[in-house]
Ligand binder design. Structure first.
Ligand SMILES: NC(=O)c1ccc[n+]([C@@H]2O[C@H](COP(=O)([O-])OP(=O)(O)OC[C@H]3O[C@@H](n4cnc5c(N)ncnc54)[C@H](O)[C@@H]3O)[C@@H](O)[C@H]2O)c1
Length: 326
């Protein structure tokens, strides 16, 4: 298989590329290496990928049609797409909304067009988000639930990506699968996410910011489990047989809703330090609780997450200390 992975220098993209390369796939990585968070971390992930046979890399913006058409022309062997490049983060979408429409809508469309123009296209897999559930209160979140009340622009663009993909599956019979990720954490994780922010502040002796007085629950999912789901899904494209349209959307979470303060406690325990808490109200666009119903992905591809936070958090902290030399 030859797979074009966008967001290859990102957190989930890096781990996905590693897994695909380990099983002998040809991987074409694309990333614009933007400065939403420290690009040094993206370069460090990339440096590791570039040591592996079977990996090639192109620095490009997925919203740049000409650049992406060039990459496609130079890589006619590509059969599969994993579109992970996106502007992520709920809070940043309040400040820089156009970053989201550019990468998550225009960029997603450019990627769908590449798949459409490729008569060898086997499967188009892409990242969606648990944030599409908005302020839904029925738990766990099921792919059967309504998702037409987003409470952040990030969520709205992710939902738009799902709708555009369905449309391309319908019009052009492109098999597409969207994955609604639930709070992914692990080694090489994102500096704007809870695990990293907490570890960094605690080690610096600074208070950690906790929203909604800590009354939040998250379905924290370890990155290796996420990658198992991505690869499992990639290997099982919707055929369209028995389905009107070869388009699927799955939740991919740990199927355990953890109390935020338990997660904080584990980070403190692994670092051997108690944090000082700075409690703040709920942030606009944020949701109080997430919890994934993973019945569909379990049934169709045998997805079975195996990493509780008691195992995953120590792995993250080990990496964090090594990476930062502490
Ligand atoms: N990490 C999570 O908890 C989580 C949860 C839900 C959804 N997601 C989604 O999963 C995907 C991967 O997320 P991640 O956590 O690895 O984030 P990340 O920011 O680490 O990775 C995204 C990568 O895409 C690149 N990128 C962004 N815009 C681009 C563009 N226009 N062209 C080319 N490259 C671009 C970035 O440089 C980055 O390296 C994203 O689509 C994100 O929205 C992540």
């Amino acid at each position: 298989m030859s797979i074009l992975v966008t967001g290859a220098a990102g957190f989930i993209g890096y781990h996905t590329c590693l897994r695909l390369l380990a099983r002998g796939e040809q991987v074409v990585g694309v990333d614009n290496l933007n400065a939403y968070y420290d690009p040094a971390l993206k370069h460090a992930r990339l440096a590791q990928l570039q040591e592996k046979p079977g990996f090639s890399f192109f620095q490009a913006d997925i919203g740049d049609r000409a650049a992406m058409a060039d990459i496609a022309a130079n890589n006619p062997h590509v059969t599969d797409y994993i579109n992970l490049a996106a502007q992520a983060g709920v809070r940043h979408s309040l400040k820089q909304p156009h970053d989201y429409t550019h990468s998550n809508i225009e960029g997603h469309l450019v990627m769908l067009e590449l798949a459409r123009a490729n008569d060898k296209c086997r499967h188009f897999v892409y990242a969606s988000s648990s944030s599409v559930y908005g302020a839904n209160t029925k738990l766990p979140f099921s792919v059967e639930d309504r998702v037409d009340h987003p409470i952040s622009l990030y969520a709205a663009t992710k939902r738009a990506g799902e709708l555009m993909s369905h449309c391309y599956s319908h019009l052009y019979r492109i098999p597409t699968t969207g994955l609604r990720f639930f709070t992914v954490y692990g080694p090489w994780g994102r500096p704007d996410m809870a695990a990293y922010l907490f570890a960094k502040a605690i080690l610096a002796g600074e208070p950690i910011t906790i929203f909604n007085n800590g009354d939040m629950r998250r379905d924290f999912t370890f990155v290796e489990d996420i990658v198992s789901g991505i690869v499992g899904v990639l290997d099982n494209p919707p055929s369209g047989e028995g389905e009107a349209v070869p388009a699927r959307v799955y939740n991919i979470g740990n199927h355990r809703s953890e109390h935020l303060m338990d997660f904080v406690g584990l980070v403190e325990q692994c670092l051997g330090r108690k944090a000082e808490y700075r409690f703040l109200p709920m942030q606009p666009g944020d949701v109080k609780e997430t919890y994934a119903d993973i019945t569909a992905i379990q049934r169709d591809v045998g997805f079975a997450p195996t990493t509780p936070i008691s195992v995953g958090v120590p792995k993250f902290i080990d990496w964090f200390k090594t990476y930062h030399g502490v």
